[in-house]
Design a protein around this ligand. Sequence first.
Ligand code: CA
Ligand code: CA
Length: 285
Amino acid sequence: MACVDKVKPGDTFKVKTNDCFFGQITSEAQDIHAIDMSKVNPATGPIYVEGAEQGDLLKVEVLDIEVDSQGVACILPGEGLLENRVAKPHIRVMPVKDGRVQFGDLLIPIKPMIGVIGLAPSHAEGEWPTDTPWKHGGNMDTTDIAKGSALFLPVSQRGALLALGDCHALMGDGEVGVSGCEIAAEVTLRVDLIKGKAASWPLLETGDYTMVIASGDTLEEATFNAVDETVKYLQKALALSWEDAYILSSLVVDIKINQVVNPKKTVRAAIPKSLIKTDLIINSI
Ligand code: CA
Ligand code: CA
């Protein structure tokens, strides 16, 4: 496979990603405050997608995530959900072997996922650091952005300008302690272009669900944004009144927490594919 930074719709390619610490943490004895914070949360890219224009939707299929042989997780004062209970930084370095993370005596099956993935934001939205999730994607820390899923990202600039990083060998929904099992990876993707479908927030197709991924300053705001968008999809795709679509969302849509630890919080509203197929939702945009 040739080394490129420009791809065409339909192309399959591999992306090498650093861990979120840019490989700077390799020992549990290290001083986490001594690392270069300007290098934290790197994303590999941008990858230019030929033909992508503002108002399109970029489909990114995750075909595989091969993780490295060692991951790292940490907690530190002032970070994470229990930030005030953490007296001093604490690092765990974990071997990853034969599909399992070794945490002390525990061997835990890996569940590789991509933490940061997004496109260049619109000029109107301005610049977004890679630690913050928003409409362009970014640090969404979504356990379902994993092998077999397809992400749909709104294109805001010519070429889409895809970038990704921050893979985890393992992460629980919420990412409560501020890190997953942070790890370098090689990600195999296939991109495709859906012309003229301008979604407001990223969409994700998994085996059973179509998910709207939305963020906000609080979990409530993130949930509002996700449900507001979901109701519009149900209304249009199923030709319902707004009122019926809202009632239906209350009956069948599951809210799942992505993360509660980033500068903005992220949730996903999961619409069962048994009720409505992803294609129908996207066609309704
Ligand atoms: Ca992250
Ligand atoms: Ca991470």
